[in-house]
Design a protein around this ligand. Structure first.
Ligand SMILES: Cc1cc2nc3c(=O)[nH]c(=O)nc-3n(C[C@H](O)[C@H](O)[C@H](O)COP(=O)(O)O)c2cc1C
Length: 415
C-alpha cells in the first residue's frame, strides 16, 4: 500500500499589503517541507513584490492577470492562461491567502471575483486558510471583523494576526502571523486522514550530537538533520503521530515551522534517555541522527591554552541507542550508516548486528558531501533485498521511499 503523494499542492494567494514580502518566507518553508507551491498574486500585490521573486522561490510561473496583457504590458514576468482560475483551483489541495488584505477579505466575504485570485478562490472547493495583515484600526474595524467572522462561519481557517510593530511605525494588532506559524497550520491541514499511518507513533532522530570536553568546546560532526526532517515531514503529512528528537546541529528555524512536537537534546547520552523514555508504545524508531560513538571526559570551566602544548582527550564509547533498546520495542527500527568505503557491506553488517528492519546506507562522496544539501548518494537495504540500490537521490524523494517502506512494514497484510 502506497501513501498517495500526488497533489501535495498549495495555492498561495498574495495580496497587496506591506507584509507581502513575508510570503516569500512562507513559500520557502513550504517548499522545504516538500509541498508544491503555486503562487497567485493580486495586481496590487505586484506593486509590493515582483512575481519574479515568487517564481524563483516556488519554481513555477506566477499567475496575476485574469485578462490577456495589453501590448504595453507585454514582457511582464507573469504568464497568462485564460482558464487559470479553474485550472489552479482544480490542481491544489489547499488555498492559502497570505497576507490577506482587508480589501480581499471583504471581497471574498461578498463573493466578488474581480481579479484572478478572487475568481480562483470562488471556484476553489478545498480548505481555505487566510492570514490577515493590516493596520490595527483596519483590523479592528467592524466591517473587517464581520468579514473575517463570515469567512470563518463558511469554514475558512484563520491564522490570526499578531500584536506587534506595524508598517505605520505604530504597534498593535494586525501584524501578519509569523511565516513558521502559517506554515505549521497549512501542514496540519494537509495531513491525510484515513491513511494507513494514522495514529501510528513514529519517533525520528535528527542531527549531530555534541560531546563537550569543557564548558565551551565540543566534538561533533557535520550532520544537519536534513534527511531526518524530510522523513519526519513526510510521515507527519501521511498522518502518523510524529515526534522528532533534534541534536544541536539542527537549526532552530528548521524546527519552528514543524507542526509536530520536537525535543532538543545535546549529547548522545541525552539522546539515549529521550529515545528510551519514548520507546514504550512506539510503532517505529527512525534513527537518522548522527550520534557520537565516542565522548571525551568533560572538565569544568575552560581548558586554558597555556596549560600544556598538547591536549590529550581520551575518548570512551557511548552506548549504542538501537542495541540498548528492549527487543521488539519498537517492532520497526530503521537505522542509517554513513561510510566512505565498503558502503554496502558495512550497511549489511550493521543491519544484522542491530537486528534492524531496514537501514539507509549513505556513501560519503568527498566531492559532494551530503550535509545540508538537497541530495545524497544513498540506498535502502532490508534483511531481504536492496530495496533501493545506492544512487544519487533527492532527500525528499528518498524520504517518500522511507515512508512507503514504513507503511508496508506496519501493514504487512495489505501488500
Ligand atoms: C504602502 C501600502 C501598504 C499597505 N498595506 C496594507 C496592509 O498591510 N493590509 C491591507 O489590508 N491593506 C494594505 N494597503 C492597502 C491595500 O494595498 C489596498 O486596500 C489594495 O486595494 C489591496 O488590494 P488587493 O486586496 O487586491 O491586493 C496598503 C497600501 C499601501 C499603499
Amino acid at each position: 500500500m502506497k501513501i498517495p503523494t500526488k497533489n501535495r499542492c498549495v495555492l498561495l494567494g498574495v495580496c497587496g499589503g506591506i507584509a507581502a514580502y513575508k510570503a516569500c518566507e512562507v513559500v520557502r518553508l513550504l517548499v522545504k517541507a516538500g509541498v508544491d507551491v503555486h503562487v497567485l498574486m493580486t495586481p496590487n500585490a505586484t506593486r509590493f513584490v515582483s512575481p519574479l521573486t515568487f517564481a524563483a522561490l516556488s519554481g513555477y510561473p506566477v499567475a496575476v492577470e485574469a485578462f490577456p496583457p495589453s501590448a504595453s504590458e507585454a514582457g511582464s514576468s507573469s504568464t497568462y492562461d485564460p482558464l487559470a482560475h479553474i485550472t489552479l483551483s482544480h490542481q491544489a489541495e489547499l488555498l492559502l491567502l497570505a497576507p490577506a488584505t482587508a480589501n480581499t477579505l471583504a471581497k471574498l466575504a461578498a463573493g466578488i471575483a474581480d481579479n484572478l485570485l478572487l475568481s480562483t478562490a470562488l471556484a476553489f472547493s478545498g480548505p481555505v486558510v487566510f492570514a490577515p495583515a493590516m493596520n490595527s484600526r483596519m483590523y479592528a474595524n467592524p466591517a473587517t471583523r464581520d468579514n473575517i467572522a463570515k469567512l470563518k462561519a463558511r469554514g475558512c481557517i484563520e491564522v490570526e494576526a499578531e500584536m506587534g510593530a506595524l508598517a505605520s511605525l505604530e504597534s498593535g494588532m494586525g501584524r501578519l502571523a509569523e511565516p513558521a506559524r502559517i506554515v505549521q497550520r497549512v501542514l496540519h491541514e494537509l495531513r491525510r486522514e484515513g491513511s494507513p499511518l494514522e495514529g501510528r507513533r513514529i519517533l525520528v532522530t535528527a542531527g549531530g550530537t555534541r560531546e563537550y570536553f569543557d564548558d565551551i568546546r565540543f566534538i561533533s560532526n557535520a550532520s544537519t538533520g536534513t534527511l531526518a526532517l524530510c522523513c519526519a515531514d513526510e510521515l507527519y503529512l501521511a498522518g502518523a503521530e510524529v515526534e522528532l528528537i533534534a541534536a544541536p546541529s539542527v537549526a532552530e528555524d528548521e524546527l519552528a515551522s514543524r507542526a509536530y512536537p520536537t525535543i532538543r537534546v545535546t549529547s548522545a547520552e541525552e539522546m539515549l534517555t529521550q529515545v528510551r523514555e519514548r520507546a514504550i508504545g512506539l510503532d517505529v524508531l527512525l534513527m537518522l541522527a548522527a550520534v557520537a560513538d565516542y565522548r571525551p571526559p568533560r572538565r569544568k570551566g575552560k581548558i586554558k591554552k597555556d596549560d600544556a602544548v598538547e591536549l590529550d582527550l581520551r575518548l570512551t564509547r557511548t552506548e549504542d541507542i538501537l542495541s540498548s533498546l528492549e527487543e521488539g520495542k519498537p517492532n520497526v527500527r530503521i537505522g542509517a550508516s554513513l561510510e566512505t568505503e565498503e558502503v554496502e557491506q558495512r550497511a549489511a553488517a550493521k543491519l544484522t548486528a542491530k537486528n534492524l528492519s531496514a537501514i539507509v546506507a549513505v556513501e560519503l562522496d568527498p566531492e559532494a558531501p551530503p550535509f545540508g544539501q538537497r541530495s545524497l548518494r544513498a540506498g535502502i537495504l532490508t534483511p531481504h533485498e536492496w530495496l533501493l540500490p545506492l544512487s544519487r537521490r533527492d532527500k525528499i524523494e528518498l524520504s517518500r521511499e522511507i515512508a512507503h517502506l514504513i507503511t508496508r512494514l506496519l501493514n504487512p497484510k495489505e501488500q
